[in-house]
Every structure is written in structure tokens, then in C-alpha cells.
Design a protein around this ligand. Structure first.
Ligand SMILES: *Cc1c(COP(=O)(O)O)cnc(C)c1O
Length: 376
């Protein structure tokens, strides 16, 4: 059996090695390492895939979020509502821009922003909402957008974990996550669902004026060469990464299918275990399983994780400390906030290996050992 990894980017690469190597060689030959043709080609293809008007490539997902917030003209002290139960990048950029992160709960089943708690957190200083499509499941965008419209707030979707996921509206129509709010952000970090061979990110919008601003900010606030209208930053996706991503984009749906198949296998194996809750499949979401995250009930998580590690099965805790309790936010006093759902989840989640290359032998081995531990 092949060694089990949390993410197996190597086996995935080997299957498309010829095309990737050729694309990289083409960039080397062209020597257009920055702003080469692959960057425009990938952005256009990704826009078409997502059915969004504008894709602005940038250096990474954290930059994408930062640039998005810079483009909305927010003022120091303005409040931005975000889930506490997310990766630190979502919330960090809020504080970096001297805005105030306001942490809200997630739904205990979907792991995504709880619309009721969101509405309660709105104040006259609230300017934006940042829902996160955590672990590959869509946040409840219909409700979030309705609240945003009612209170005239911007919505920036953190789609770093859910590229390719869909939100299914109550009327049955569908939209890709990242294209529903005013701005969507994603990451091409190698372990993401569409992973580069280095860093990368992108920003999405259907708003032409916002697109111009986002492009300008990502490029030193430049309107034309050497004329800088606003304070921006330097955030680029390089040509080699774009060339690789352009090829991998063709496989994104197939990759999502492989992830879903692995999730189905796990779900079935764990269906009758009272100590485990398998990931909830919201009816409004086409889940792309960036992570496969179980909830443990009455199980010693550290002992399970150690037992699995002893069998060469990796597992991870995403995330051991929720945002509102991170030291970096001490200045906001958020650690004193009462967030029972978030704290509850933080102590109970465990993520199993999830990627496109898991075969049945590996999945069976993982499931057998999880079940052996629970029933010993
Ligand atoms: C990965 C990730 C980011 C940041 O992406 P980088 O490319 O690593 O900067 C932001 N938000 C979430 C939810 C992520 O998972």
C-alpha cells in the first residue's frame, strides 16, 4: 500500500506530469516569468469555469482577502464580521488593515457562518461580512446576502477551501461559490482543491468598477505605468504557476469527484458509529470536501490521533484555537466572548486524510483503524 498522506500532491502530479512539464518548459522558453500569456489564459479560463466576469490573479489567498478589503474603501475602526471558526488568514487581514474583526458563531452542522448570529452582531459601524466556505461546503449565501442587502453591507467570500463548490438556491438555480458576494477570494496553495506548485491566489467579482480597483491595488495602485493613484501592494501570480494551474483547472471537477468518492466511502464506514458525526451535507451546497472532518463524541481525540499516527495514518485538527481566542486579537478583547458552538467544535473536530489520490485499500485501512480504536 502506498503511504497515506493528508494530501498527496506527488501522485496527482505524476498522472499529469507530461502536460505540466511541457507547460513549465514553455514558460522557461518564453522567459516571460511575470505577466506572461499563461496568466491571462488561466484567468480567462477560470472566469469561464466559475461564470464570473472578472478574475484577478494575485500572489496568495491572504493577499486576495487583503486586496478585497482595501478595494472597499473601509475606514480604520470599521467592523468586519467573520466566523471565529476559520483559518487565521480570514481574520488576520481585517486587523492588519486597522479594521475591527467581529467574531460570530458557525452552524454546528455545516461549520459555516450562522446567519442568526451574524444578524445579531451588526452595528452602525459594520461595513462588511466575510463568510467562509469551510472545508469545501458552501456557507448559507442566500441568507447572508439577504442580511447584507438589508443592512447595506459588503460581502467578501473566503473561497480558499471551496473552489468548484456550488451554492444551490431555493429556486434550484446554482452559482459557484466565490461568485455570489461582491468579491470572492481564493488560494492556490498546493494543498487546496486547485493547488499550484507554489503560492497563488485570485480575486473574483462581477462588478466592473470594483474589478478595476482590485487590479490597481494588486499592482502598486497604478492606473498607467508609473502613475500611482492609490496606495496598493505588489501581488502577482507568476507565469509558471498560472501555466500549471491552467492545466489543473481542466481536472478540477474530476478532482472534486474523487474527493466526494472518498467522502462517500468514509461516510458509509462510519454511518453506524454513535461516537462519530460524519460531515453534514447541506441540501443547498455541492460539497467539494477540501477536508473530511469528523465530530467526536466521548472520544479521547489525542489518543485517537496518536493511535492513527502509530499506524502511519496522519490526521489533523483544523483548527485547535479559534480566531476569537488568538493572542493576536488581544486588543479586541474577543477571547472573553461567549462562543459555545465554536469552542465545542474546536474540541471535537478531527480531519482524516482527504485528497484526490486515495484508493480503496488506503480508505479501508484508515476506516478499519478508526473503528478498531472506537470499539476496543
Ligand atoms: C488557505 C486559506 C487562506 C489563505 O490562503 P494562502 O494562499 O495560504 O494565503 C485563507 N482562508 C482560508 C479559509 C484558507 O483555508
Amino acid at each position: 500500500m502506498r503511504q497515506i498522506q493528508m494530501v498527496d500532491t506527488k501522485t496527482q502530479y505524476q498522472k499529469i506530469k507530461q502536460d505540466i512539464d511541457q507547460a513549465v518548459a514553455n514558460v522557461l522558453e518564453s522567459s516571460a516569468f511575470i505577466n506572461g500569456k499563461p496568466v491571462q489564459s488561466f484567468a480567462a479560463n477560470l472566469s469561464a469555469y466559475l461564470n464570473v466576469r472578472h478574475t484577478i490573479p494575485c500572489a496568495n489567498g491572504t493577499d486576495a482577502l487583503q486586496i478585497a478589503m482595501m478595494a472597499l474603501g473601509l475606514q480604520p475602526g470599521d467592523e468586519v464580521i467573520t466566523p471565529s471558526f476559520t483559518y487565521i488568514a480570514t481574520t488576520e487581514v481585517i486587523a492588519l488593515l486597522r479594521l475591527k474583526p467581529v467574531f460570530v458563531e458557525v452552524d454546528a452542522r455545516t461549520f459555516c457562518m450562522d446567519p442568526a448570529d451574524l444578524e445579531k452582531a451588526i452595528t452602525p459601524r459594520t461595513k462588511a461580512i466575510v463568510p467562509v466556505h469551510l472545508y469545501g461546503q458552501a456557507a448559507p449565501m442566500e441568507e447572508i446576502m439577504a442580511i447584507a442587502e438589508k443592512h447595506k453591507l459588503f460581502v467578501i467570500e473566503d473561497n480558499a477551501q471551496a473552489l468548484g463548490a456550488e451554492y444551490i438556491y431555493s429556486d434550484g438555480s446554482r452559482k459557484k461559490t466565490g461568485t455570489i458576494g461582491h468579491i470572492g477570494c481564493t488560494s492556490f496553495y498546493p494543498s487546496k482543491n486547485l493547488g499550484a506548485f507554489g503560492d497563488g491566489g485570485a480575486i473574483f467579482t462581477n462588478d466592473d468598477a470594483l474589478a478595476d480597483k482590485l487590479k490597481m491595488i494588486a499592482n502598486h495602485g497604478q492606473s498607467r505605468r508609473y502613475y500611482h493613484d492609490v496606495v496598493g501592494c505588489n501581488s502577482r501570480l507568476d507565469s509558471i504557476q498560472a501555466a500549471i494551474l491552467d492545466i489543473k483547472l481542466r481536472y478540477l471537477d474530476e478532482y472534486a469527484g474523487a474527493r466526494r468518492k472518498a467522502a462517500d466511502f468514509y461516510d458509509q464506514a462510519f454511518a453506524r458509529q454513535a461516537q462519530l458525526t460524519v460531515p453534514f451535507r447541506a441540501a443547498y451546497s455541492k460539497h467539494v470536501y477540501h477536508q473530511y472532518t469528523l465530530l467526536l463524541e466521548g472520544v479521547d481525540r489525542d489518543a485517537l490521533s496518536q493511535y492513527l499516527a502509530d499506524q502511519q495514518i496522519p490526521s489533523m485538527i483544523y483548527y485547535p484555537v479559534p480566531g476569537h481566542k488568538q493572542k493576536m486579537f488581544d486588543q479586541f478583547g474577543s477571547a472573553a466572548q461567549d462562543m459555545p458552538v465554536t469552542d465545542w467544535l474546536t474540541h471535537r473536530v478531527i480531519s482524516l486524510p482527504m485528497h484526490t489520490e486515495l484508493d480503496e485499500e488506503q480508505l479501508q485501512y484508515i476506516c478499519d483503524h478508526v473503528l478498531t480504536f472506537l470499539n476496543r
